[in-house]
Design a protein around this ligand. Structure first.
Ligand code: AHR
Length: 619
């Protein structure tokens, strides 16, 4: 039998406003999302600090060009940079009469290959110290000529560290290139902080344009950052410390991301996350460490320095340019305060022994200094009230597709008198998701519809993780997958796009009558397009079943005789539930817009198995 959906398109008492901040994104340094991802820096281990869990000095992934008789390299704590003392010592034994054919030196492959593109310009910076003459040749493998006279750098002899900066232009394209710094001149050279940045980044702010655009296309209303467990660290010594991520890039110590097992040079530091939020026109949500890591906690009696760090961080973001920390932000080029209105005390820390005690200290101090900042607790209050004050509580869920489908009702019975819910991480994972399946995405769409229906209590939602470099998929699935030069969205990414209009829209009263084993779920929203000055209605229906369904849709309030000509029908589906996108088939599972559907007051729609259908038209 057919199922029916009755939508009341006129405003009624049961219509609910959906929060303006409903759909956002969560950016964590996981899967090389930032280092070797959104941050456009091409050099990996640019400061020679990346030493792994024990912080040993490690040249990886740099390699040596030349044999042992002509060159040797080692790393020592000899840099001119005080917070990151490791630097490379390169002893060149050839040169002069004992020539070095082709030159000797070092090479960096970037993050699984540097993307060097014809006609693009790159800023190369390095710091060098030697007793003799510096005669370095810069080149990119497979890119035969670099235009411009500045690719050979000659510096007269002295014994001070020099900063060398040069712009080069690629005359060929190689997506898998590497930087080579070579010389034919004998001598001992110290090298540190070597960077290759494309000039063409988003607004010159350092964000890789194609990846930035993928996020911008989601029109996120908030940006939660920088983690995730990345904030906590497996051990407290490797936690994210915002004060060590600001200032000039050369001075940032970087740190070992021990949760996801790679070095973070903190090029996307606290300032840069805030800048990213501003560029996206979205609200930053800063997650700070609550004195808790996976193996070690700070007692509440000792938490004061952490509380002070959080207060300082808020002042850095939104204090006046004359305040202590606001002045550092201003010196970094942003005198205007960032619009920081939300902070989260820790990540997934609710069940740790010291969380509640620590939380209360953070809460009291922040509430006192910044009465209007919204404070987010890690403790789930979807089933029982919180026992501490908070503006929002977090809810995280990673589960199988059937369970996430059922979690569409998770907030139906949540107390309406407590704090609002922030579903800051959700996804289908493991077998049902594989690398990002249609099945996962369909269940996620159902879950999101459930959140829309509970939008009086659910204020925000973000999928996780956002990004993955295909060469380091520590966590699958993810919304956006990339390599050095390509990118695609998983079906879960495309589901999020179908919910863009929900932020700030009004949820209409709708009733779904179905006997198809509860595999359908639907919602209807209206919103105003202020440029067109038109109201739009969007009906979304999820079929989580493996059979085709017929759905009769009845829209009360529409003139029965008027056909809506501007309707758009969009469907996300695929022949197999486990179908996914890949670099070979990036558009295998993407929403497809069918020819305009004739929208009448009453109509029949055929829902493919495992599908998300969206009907949109002006009213
Ligand atoms: O999104 C990946 C991880 O999942 C996050 O770091 C953590 O918060 C959660 O457990």
């Amino acid at each position: 039998a057919n199922s029916t959906l009755i939508v009341n398109s006129t405003h009624t008492d049961s219509a609910k406003p959906i929060s303006n901040t409903f759909l956002g994104v969560f950016l964590e340094e996981i899967n090389h999302a930032c280092a070797g991802g959104l941050w456009a820096e091409l050099v990996s281990n640019r400061g020679f600090e990346a030493g792994g869990p024990n912080n040993t000095l490690n040249i990886y992934p740099w390699t040596v060009i030349g044999n042992g008789s002509s060159i040797s390299v080692s790393i020592h704590h000899i840099s001119c940079f005080h917070h990151n003392k490791a630097a490379l010592k390169m002893k060149v034994r050839c040169g002069g009469k004992n020539s070095c054919p082709g030159g000797v030196g070092i090479s960096n492959p970037g993050y699984w290959g540097m993307n060097i593109e014809q006609g693009k310009k790159y800023k190369v910076v390095y710091h060098v110290k030697t007793k003799g003459k510096i005669d370095f040749q810069l080149s990119f493998a497979g890119v035969h000529v670099i235009k411009g006279a500045s690719n050979i750098t000659k510096i007269s002899r002295d014994e001070k560290w020099k900063r060398v900066e040069t712009i080069v232009e690629a005359k060929a394209t190689n997506h898998n290139s590497s930087l080579q710094i070579t010389t034919t001149t004998k001598g001992t050279y110290l090298l540190d902080q070597v960077s290759v940045m494309p000039l063409d980044t988003h607004m010159g702010h350092g964000f890789r344009k194609d990846l930035y655009q993928m996020v911008a296309d989601l029109k996120p209303k908030f940006l939660r950052f920088p983690g995730g467990t990345y904030v906590e660290g497996d051990y407290l010594k490797n936690q994210y410390r915002w004060k060590e991520t600001i200032g000039s890039w050369e001075e940032r110590p970087g740190h070992f991301n021990d949760i996801w097992n790679y070095w973070s040079d903190d090029a996307i530091g606290y300032f840069d996350y805030l800048q990213l939020a501003e560029d996206l026109g979205t609200l930053p949500i800063w997650v700070f460490n609550a004195g808790i890591s996976h193996h070690g906690e700070v007692n509440t009696t000792d938490i004061a320095p952490y509380v002070q760090d959080a207060l300082d961080g808020i002042e850095f973001a939104r204090g006046s340019p004359t305040s202590k920390w606001g002045s550092i932000r201003a010196a970094m080029g942003h005198p205007k305060p960032f619009d920081l209105r939300y902070v989260a005390v820790g990540n997934e820390d609710c069940n740790y022994a010291n969380y509640q005690g620590n939380y209360l200290k953070f809460h009291a101090a922040i509430r006192f200094a910044y009465p209007h900042i919204k404070i987010i607790s890690n403790c789930d209050a979807s089933n029982k009230p919180l026992n501490h004050p908070a503006d929002l509580f977090e809810y995280h869920t990673y589960t199988n597709s059937s369970d996430l489908f059922s979690q569409s009702t998770q907030f139906n019975h949540t107390s309406r008198s407590g704090p609002k819910a922030f579903v800051s991480e959700y996804a289908v994972w493991r077998e049902d998701a594989a690398n990002g399946s249609l099945l996962a995405a369909v269940a996620e769409a159902a879950f999101l519809i459930g959140l829309e229906k509970n939008s009086d209590i659910v204020e925000m939602v973000s999928y996780a993780p956002l990004f993955s470099n295909i060469n380091d998929r520590k966590w699958v699935p993810d919304a956006i997958v990339f390599d050095s030069y390509k990118v695609y969205g998983t079906p879960s990414y495309w589901v999020q796009k179908l919910f863009i209009e929900s932020s700030g829209a009004t949820l209409l009263d709708s009733t779904l009558n179905t006997n198809s084993s509860n595999k359908l779920i639907a919602s209807a929203i209206i919103w105003k397009n202020s440029t067109e000055k038109k109201n739009y209605l969007k009906i979304k229906v999820v079929n989580f079943g493996n059979t085709i369904e017929n759905l009769n849709i009845s829209i009360n309030g529409l003139n029965p005789n008027v056909l809506q000509f501007d309707s758009i029908s969009t469907v996300l589906t695929s022949p197999n539930a486990m179908d996914e996108n890949s670099f070979l088939e990036p558009n295998k599972v993407v929403p497809k817009t069918s020819p305009p559907l004739k929208v009448y007051k009453d109509m029949n729609v055929i829902l493919s198995s495992y599908s998300v259908t969206s009907l949109e038209f002006s009213i």
